[in-house]
Design a protein around this ligand. Sequence first.
Ligand code: PEP
Ligand code: MG
Length: 593
Amino acid sequence: MKTASKGRRRPREQVFEGLAVSPGVGIGPAFVRESGDLHVPEYQVPAGRVRREKKRFADATAKAVRQVGKLKAKSLGIHGLAAEELGYLLDAHLQMLKSRRLIGGIEARIEKERRNAEAAVMSEISALAQEFVAMEDDYLSARADDVREVGHRILRNLTDTAYRGFGGVEKGSIVIAEEISPADTALMDPEQIAGFACVMGGAEGHTAIMARSLGLPAVLGVAGLIPAIRSGDMLIVDGSSGLVILNPTGKRLAAYQKRLKAMAREARSLARLRDIPAETRDGQRILMEVNLELPREAAQATVVGAEGVGLLRTEFFYMNRDDLPDEEEQYTELAKIVKAMKGRPVTVRTLDVGGEKLASSLGDHLGEAQNPALGLRAIRLSLKEPKLLRTQLAAMLRAAAHGPLRILLPMISTPGEIVAVRKELEKTARRLRRRGLEVAEPLPPLGVMIEVPGAALAADSLAQNCDFFAIGTNDLTMYTLAIDRGEEQVAYLYNPLHPAVLRLIQFSVEAALRARIPVSVCGEMAGDPRFTALLLGLGVRELSMTVKAVPRVKSRILGLDMQAAARRAQMIMDQVDSTRIATLVDDFNETVA
Ligand code: PEP
Ligand code: MG
């Protein structure tokens, strides 16, 4: 253990609260991710591109101001000295981000030296930091760190680089950071990292989903982590209760170690359900599928006895790279997954970026948007950039020759979008056949995500144009309640039990049943045993969830009486108040557990 002499750190136990986003417990040394290892490109900018370069810099700085402002708002939630200290620090950063000395210096380097924005920031920051270091005054020379930190923040925004790589992290560490993106999470190896916690992030954002997929205990939206924790400090991350415990007492540590053992026992006993069909006590068979974030999860899908992949998010193809994946690469990866599933259907979703999910390789295609969640994202991007869509469809059609594959379209809001994709699909199939390649015959089923309230309300007309529905309760909740799913400040309002959300789910399920097309739920609700009885009661017979959630949801199904669940769902749908609904859900789960 380090001593307390280094200023802010405290050897006594401290408990931080945040959002419990990925269950489980991690115990280990902290790894506080610094803003190092940035890849900074350096090049000369032609005269005609200077304005554009200055605009890039201005956008990155404006983003930095927003980020620091957000951190400041969060710091108000902490108590005592730490809050004061953090407040001063962030004020200093805000001042720097607005100072003419820094901003003007960087702009001058872009303009006069014709350097790209990243290189200009780099040079100006090191020159300024040198000046501070050289000052006699201790306080001022310590500001050099702040200058570097501010510079790195702008650089990260410019390069759109989240902090990369966790290769050098000591085995069993807990990663602590200001923000962790879904792409960062994809780089974490659960064998290497015991869990993570960060200041930003909401419970249903993709970082949270990725953490659950990987089985990494995680707590997001925790104020005050960064100034309090140093790399090497002993930590517990409790992803089930949303706690981060710094320097736990011996008693606390022992209690958590006991909990870890109990969790391992529970996992072993649930693993026995693997080959038992998911059937309610009164004989209703439920299809259990999995959502995959990364290809490496396919092997685990069969281990938990999944009956198919209900949602393969293809965003992984575009993460942590600067170029775009070609048809061959996508085909090879998809074919591997289809083969690994050994005849069980694989539902592959076309690219769903934009909004909170950004892929650096798509930077030029996405542009800047005022309201990214409402802008050019998901199917809208695919239809605007047909080359992206055609490449994906071609890879899917070729992979479909190796086993059952279904194509799923995200963020559909009108039948016209489905018709446009179907045309592309047919054209792509013809092109592939001309190339002499094997294509599945008939063409794979084409389904749509129901995740926009308008799509749910127009579900009857969508059902006439597609082959299946997958209800995305994550976005459906977000758009219905106007709550950003990845934003910790409004996370308390995010509630899939809101009557408006439930009515949209019910309406979509009934529309699918009327049109006799399959309907599944693949949002996070499907993987939470708390909601299983309600979803089944509303008529859902197919659930798709993260691999880790399968055993517990299956166990819930095995204990359920379908008739009773349907009666309870009916009672719930007569309610107008979410609190009353939550009580009815929880009472039913407790009494008919
Ligand atoms: C959803 O919105 O519920 C969904 C499953 O899609 P994603 O989480 O990838 O947006
Ligand atoms: Mg979605």
